[in-house]
Design a protein around this ligand. Structure first.
Ligand code: ZN
Length: 253
C-alpha cells in the first residue's frame, strides 16, 4: 500500500477512536449527576417522611389537647347539672354534653386514623434508614468507578492523540489536507475501503480500470462518486489460518 494511504487509514482509525472516547468521557459527568440525583431523591424522600412522622405526632398531640379541652367542658357542664333550676335547662345541658361526647369520639377516630398513617410512614422510614448507608456506599462506589474509567479514557485519549500527531507528521501535506477537507463535509469514513469492486462508503461500483488502479495502490485516489479517499486492503479474508480445519471459522477477537 502507498505509505500515505497506510498512514491516512491509521490517522482515520485514531480519529474515530478519539471521537468515541471523547463521547464517552463527555457523557460521564452526566451519568455521575444522574447517580447523585438518585441518591439525593432517596435522601429527600426519607427526610420528607421523617418530617411527616413528626408532623403527624404534633397533629395527634393537638387533637389530644382538643379532647382534653372538651373533657374539661363536659365536667364543667356536669357540675352545672346540679345547679340548674329548671327541667328545660337540665335537658339543654344534657344535650350539650351529649354533643361534646360525640365530638370527642370523632376526634378519637381521627387520632386513630393518624396513628395508622404514622405507623405506615414509620415503617417506610425504618426501611429507608436501614438502606441509607448501603445506598450512599453503592453510589459512592459507582461514582468512583466511573471517575476511574474516565481518567483511564482520558489517558488513553491523550495517547491516541499523540500517536495521531506522529502518524500525521509522516503524511504528505497534500493527503493530510485532502483528508481534513473530506472530514469537514462527509460523514465518516473519510477514507473508505474498496472491496469486491465497490466503494464501501457509498456502495458504488467502481469502473474496472479505476478498481485496478486502486488495487495497485501507486497513487492516492478518491471515489468518483462520494469523493472519499479510497484504499484497497487486499482480497476478502479467506485466510486458511482462520479456518479451524473442520470448516468452522476461528474467531479473531
Ligand atoms: Zn464512494
Amino acid at each position: 500500500m502507498h505509505p500515505d494511504l497506510k498512514a491516512v487509514v491509521e490517522v482515520q482509525q485514531l480519529d474515530l477512536e478519539v471521537a468515541e472516547l471523547t463521547k464517552l468521557t463527555d457523557s460521564l459527568p452526566k451519568e455521575i449527576q444522574t447517580l447523585q440525583a438518585q441518591l439525593d431523591n432517596f435522601i429527600n424522600s426519607h427526610e420528607e417522611r421523617k418530617k411527616r412522622v413528626a408532623a403527624n405526632l404534633k397533629e395527634r398531640k393537638d387533637l389530644e389537647g382538643d379532647i382534653k379541652a372538651t373533657q374539661d367542658k363536659i365536667s364543667r357542664h356536669r357540675d352545672q347539672l346540679y345547679q340548674v333550676k329548671t327541667n328545660d335547662q337540665y335537658k339543654a345541658l344534657l344535650k350539650e354534653i351529649e354533643g361534646e361526647e360525640a365530638s370527642i369520639r370523632k376526634v378519637e377516630d381521627k387520632i386513630l386514623e393518624k396513628m395508622i398513617e404514622s405507623e405506615e410512614i414509620q415503617k417506610l422510614v425504618e426501611e429507608a434508614a436501614a438502606k441509607l448507608e448501603g445506598e450512599k456506599a453503592r453510589v459512592a462506589e459507582e461514582i468512583k468507578k466511573l471517575e476511574n474509567e474516565r481518567q483511564k479514557d482520558i489517558g488513553e485519549c491523550e495517547r491516541l492523540k499523540a500517536r495521531r500527531k506522529e502518524v500525521a507528521a509522516t503524511l504528505s501535506e497534500e493527503v493530510l489536507e485532502l483528508y481534513e477537507r473530506i472530514r469537514t463535509y462527509r460523514k465518516p469514513p473519510a477514507v473508505a475501503e474498496v472491496r469486491n469492486g465497490l466503494c464501501t462508503a457509498c456502495n458504488i461500483q467502481l469502473r474496472p480500470q479505476v478498481y485496478n488502479e486502486i488495487r495497485t495502490s501507486e497513487t492516492v485516489m478518491v471515489c468518483e462518486n462520494c469523493s472519499r479517499i479510497q484504499y484497497y486492503a487486499g482480497p476478502p479474508a479467506e485466510d486458511p489460518a482462520l479456518d479451524g480445519g473442520d470448516g468452522t471459522r476461528v474467531s479473531m477477537s
